[in-house]
Design a protein around this ligand. Structure first.
Ligand SMILES: Nc1nc2c(ncn2[C@@H]2O[C@H](COP(=O)(O)OP(=O)(O)O)[C@@H](O)[C@H]2O)c(=O)[nH]1
Ligand SMILES: [Mg+2]
Length: 637
């Protein structure tokens, strides 16, 4: 019944808390939502958040709109940073908590860096425990910490769950921020990083996560990555209510009874998608950035040297990885570098997806980054084409045109339907950019492929040169067999199809299974010429004339080119001979009136074998018509 609350009209967002342990994050979530996010018995006993907690918040915005926020409460303790990172992927806003009696602490800093590495765009600061402490001093400290960051002007709201101070202000501030946001992007590529997987008695396996990139409907077939196992979604819930469809920006619980829990089935870190968006890969080329922020408040991380082992946190997953820099020996604070990550466990990543890097002992967050190529290749990492590709994307990872052009510059061609499939651009965005770039002449777009304009020209030129060369070397052939041309160029079928299409618009012509320059005239193979010339009016049959495949092809081409006339599939004549014969027939009948086949045979000086099919061909062509056993001219009737 509660499912009828009109979820689809509401905007859905995800808020996550962040901040040092014991700063009052969970208490604040409870004060805002009425739900205690510390749900585990151990959490309640130890009074500490260990794993992610969840709550929901309904807010009215200034313009009367309702927004619904799923709230993810994260642990602040340094032992559980891994869980914290799993909670803050795909969020719209961070509720960042700093306690007035404690100020900016080590995990305050670490969480702040994690949010920055993950590209979180909006933060609201809660100066918690305002009843205990030094509000002005800590406000000044926070402003100092935010200097030089995009969050310098973010709201700082003093709150106390003891006195109730600021809770309404904080709600209003959240409503104002979320009210300004557009709904989370729906690019028809839903992904749900699993943050919990458990068995519910009577229902079977249930997984939860934050859905982004698109929607998933009850009954859909989904795929679990990286294993790529299909499963059926039996039911979906959003904060305990059944829903037909989960949309981007919703906390989502899915009942997937086909799956077992664990490594062979599903577990935290796995990714659910609705269609096969390609396969997961364990090598990705990335742009890594290391924060320039002073490390005063926590142990200095070890240098990230080329070849180091690190832990990569991607979505809700974590994997050991080896990092190889393209062109620096180590990554210093404040620097960015192109690198390749070789992960122990594959991930299905998209271009521009964010990740966080921690040191191998999981003591410190040391860097973050974005994916440039989700399908890296260790053998090609340093090859010139890949380097150029990575540099272009590193300079403008958000620009679809740059992503398209860098790929075509590297690969030459791509299938339209898979171009940038593993990206955060929708198919429509990709297509619109392809169209624009094609109009500008930067690329070519054919029925199923797109290609770099330069590579396309090169390919066309090679094809043309090959065909011309073949005409020169084998003038008796009507053209180049398409299959030979494709083999010679080494093109994919789709590319080749587009190529032939283009060649046929620019001076070439398809002749059966071959292609030729339009102006090309196969010269008659000498034996055919001799045979046709020796007995012009009574030539041998087509089978006798062209005994092999090649001569037959040449004959076919000449028939199509109208140099040879095919009377009935078996008898052929040189076209100039058949033209003369036709004039003779017209002249004879004009002079003597309708004539028999025998009279005409005599006049033409040919045989009965030839004259009958010849006269029938004149009938078909509308030159003559039969009147009894005679032929009359049609136009005289
Ligand atoms: N005096 C005071 N204590 C608070 C306030 N908020 C939380 N606390 C206490 O601080 C402790 C840690 O709170 P908790 O919400 O678990 O912190 P978290 O680790 O950031 O989630 C608990 O004992 C809370 O009762 C507050 O506004 N004022
Ligand atoms: Mg907590």
């Amino acid at each position: 019944m509660t499912a009828q609350r009109g979820h689809r009209k509401e905007k859905h967002f995800i808020i996550a808390t962040a901040g040092h342990v014991d700063h009052g994050k969970s208490a604040l979530v409870k004060a805002l939502t009425g739900t205690d996010p510390d749900r585990l018995p151990e959490e309640q006993r130890r009074q500490i958040t260990i794993d992610l907690g969840f709550a929901e918040l309904d807010l009215g915005t200034a313009n009367g709109e309702r927004v619904h926020a799923g709230v993810v409460d994260v642990p602040g303790h340094e032992d559980f940073v891994r869980n914290m990172i799993a909670g803050v992927g795909s969020i719209d806003l961070a509720l960042f908590v700093v306690a007035a009696d404690d100020g900016w602490m080590p995990q305050t800093e670490e969480h702040f860096q994690i949010l920055t590495y993950l590209g979180v765009q909006r933060i609201i600061m809660s100066l918690s425990k305002s009843d205990l402490g030094n509000v002005d001093g800590v406000t000044a400290q926070i402003r100092e910490k935010l200097r030089g960051t995009p969050f310098i002007n973010c709201r700082i709201v003093p709150t106390s769950v003891r006195t109730g101070e600021g809770i309404t202000d904080l709600k209003n501030a959240l409503a104002r921020e979320l009210g300004k946001l557009r709904p989370p992007r729906d690019i028809a590529k839903p992904r749900l990083f699993v943050d919990r997987a458990f068995t519910l008695r009577g229902a079977g396996t249930v997984v939860t996560g934050t859905l982004s990139g698109g929607s998933i409907r009850r009954g859909d077939e989904v795929y679990v990555q990286p294993q790529n196992i299909p499963a059926r979604v039996r039911s979906i819930q959003n904060h305990g209510r059944d829903v037909e469809i989960a949309e981007a920006g919703m906390r989502t619980a899915m009942n997937v009874p086909d799956l077992s829990i664990g490594e062979s089935g599903i577990q935290r870190g796995d990714l659910i998608t609705v269609q096969s968006l390609g396969s997961a890969d364990s090598i990705m080329d990335v742009l890594v950035h290391r924060s320039a922020r002073p490390k005063r408040n926590f142990a200095a991380p070890r240098a990230i040297r080329n070849g180091s082992s690190v832990q990569v946190h991607f979505g809700t997953s974590r994997s050991a990885a080896k990092i190889t820099f393209l062109d620096v020996p180590a990554l210093a604070a404040g620097q960015s570098a192109i690198a390749q990550l070789r992960l122990d466990a594959p991930v299905l990543a998209f271009v521009d997806d964010r990740f966080v890097i921690r040191d191998s002992s999981e003591q410190n967050t040391i860097a973050g980054g974005r994916v440039l190529d989700p399908d890296g290749d260790s053998a090609k990492f340093r090859c010139a084409a890949q380097v150029q590709f990575l540099r272009a994307r590193a300079a403008a990872p958000l620009d679809p045109a740059v992503c398209i052009q860098s790929q075509l510059a590297r690969d030459g061609f791509a299938e339209s339907k898979t171009l940038l499939l593993k990206s955060n651009f929708s198919a429509a965005e990709v297509a619109a950019n392809v169209t624009r770039l094609a109009e500008e002449g930067a690329l070519i777009s054919r029925s199923v492929i797109v290609g770099s304009a330069k590579k396309w020209r090169e390919l066309c030129d090679r094809a043309a040169a090959f065909i011309e060369d073949a005409h020169r070397k084998n003038p008796e052939r009507c053209g180049v067999e398409l299959i030979d041309l494709r083999g010679r160029l080494g093109s994919e079928p789709a590319v080749f199809e587009g190529l032939v299409e283009d060649l046929c618009k620019s001076g070439f012509v398809r002749v059966g299974t071959a292609i030729a320059r339009k102006s090309h005239r196969a010269s008659l193979p000498p034996q055919i010429r001799a045979a046709l010339g020796a007995n012009k009016l009574n030539p041998p049959s087509r089978k006798e004339l062209a005994r092999d495949r090649e001569s037959q092809a040449a004959l076919r081409f000449l028939i199509e080119q109208a140099e040879i006339t095919d009377l009935d599939g078996d008898i052929v004549l040189l076209s100039n001979v058949s033209e003369k014969m036709r004039e003779t027939v017209i002249a004879f009948i004009s002079k003597h009136g309708p004539a028999t086949a025998s009279e005409l045979r005599q006049e033409l000086g040919t045989s009965r074998r030839i004259v009958i099919p010849f006269l029938e061909s004149l009938d078909r062509a509308g030159v003559t018509r039969r009147v009894g056993d005679k032929r009359a001219l049609r136009r005289m009737m």
